[in-house]
Design a protein around this ligand. Structure first.
Ligand SMILES: C[S@@+](CC[C@H](N)C(=O)[O-])C[C@H]1O[C@@H](n2cnc3c(N)ncnc32)[C@H](O)[C@@H]1O
Length: 295
């Protein structure tokens, strides 16, 4: 056999081998062999804090097998590349695929109503906002941006006009951040925003609503993994951490809440998602209302 023909056969064998990893395991019915599933499960827990429980196994396996197949690597090679963080593009693509990014404008409306209706109380708890003429807010898992834009609108309407609004909006997924930064949303989302705010803060096109600069200028978008050490110099007056802790286990949740506490000013507030009570975690925030906490 010529050397060339030998190479071709070898390549074909490698390709078939790498594809055959994605054939369902006949014994267990699982898409990813147990050994690799466990490796990836551990990796996402240690690196990104996400706790994949067995009820989510199938969805997680579908995503992993698709990514591995596309890469042309074996499960082990793909895992090790992620683990060693040696391929930035691969890590970004992986995170884009495995995160769940559901969000809406004014999602869980009573948080925004609380800020609007209780703004005097918020300023009483935290008089520095008026003294400094500035409010610092962190939307810590901002997804495609609807949350920080809703915060910007609510605060701009509620606070005196001379107070500068500075919102840091972070997420681990680059894909959602790109969308958030453009500030362009499908026209169907206009129903999530009241008519007055829509006209004041958005350009309304035929197919899209586009955030006006006035709103966008209040927000800085950055990628940030909540599993990392907080790199901030200053503390925040308000922190939103909504609908992301459900993916973390209680050990990481407790650490995160305590990190948030250390980065909240005295008299500042923490808002968590409606299904994310802190009652079973050790922390020093004072309970104000369900899902709203005071330092
Ligand atoms: C379901 S969305 C919630 C969006 C918004 N907070 C809301 O309540 O509408 C959860 C977001 O958390 C992000 N996320 C997941 N793990 C994260 C981590 N370790 N660090 C930062 N963001 C993370 C995901 O990329 C996703 O955009």
């Amino acid at each position: 056999m010529s050397e060339k023909m030998g190479d071709i056969i070898q390549k074909n064998i490698e390709s078939i081998m790498s594809k055959s990893q994605n054939i369902i395991d006949g014994r267990t019915g699982n898409l990813v062999p147990d050994e690799y599933y466990k490796m990836f499960k551990e990796l996402v827990y240690h690196k990104f804090g996400m706790d994949i429980n067995d009820s989510k196994r199938h969805g997680f396996e579908m995503k992993i097998s698709k990514l591995v197949e596309k890469s042309g690597l074996s499960y082990k090679q793909y895992h090790d590349k992620l683990d060693r963080e040696e391929d930035r593009e691969l890590t970004i693509e992986f995170l884009n695929e495995i995160t769940i990014n559901k969000t809406d404008f004014f999602r869980e409306i009573n948080h925004f109503n609380y800020i609007k209706d209780e703004i005097n109380l918020i300023l009483q708890y935290n008089p520095r906002i008026l003294t400094n003429k500035e409010i610092k807010v962190w939307s810590s898992a901002c997804s495609t941006g609807e949350e920080p834009y809703s915060l910007a609108i609510t605060l701009r309407e509620a606070l005196p006009q001379d107070i500068k609004i500075k919102i840091l909006a972070t997420d681990i997924s680059h894909k959602v951040l790109k969308k958030a930064i453009t500030g362009v949303y499908p026209i169907a989302l206009k129903d999530q925003i009241n008519e007055f705010h829509l006209r004041k803060y958005f350009h309304i096109e035929k197919d899209a609503i586009i955030v006006k600069d006035e709103l966008r200028d209040m927000i800085s978008f950055r990628s940030f993994n909540l599993k990392s050490n907080f790199p901030f110099k200053n503390k925040f007056d308000i922190i939103f951490c909504r609908n992301v802790m459900i993916y973390f286990d209680s050990i990481f949740q407790e650490k995160l809440i305590n990190d948030f506490y250390n980065f909240t000013v005295k008299g500042g507030l923490l808002f968590v998602g409606h299904s994310e009570s802190l009652s079973y975690l050790k922390h020093n925030y004072k309970y104000l209302k369900p899902t709203i906490y005071l330092k």
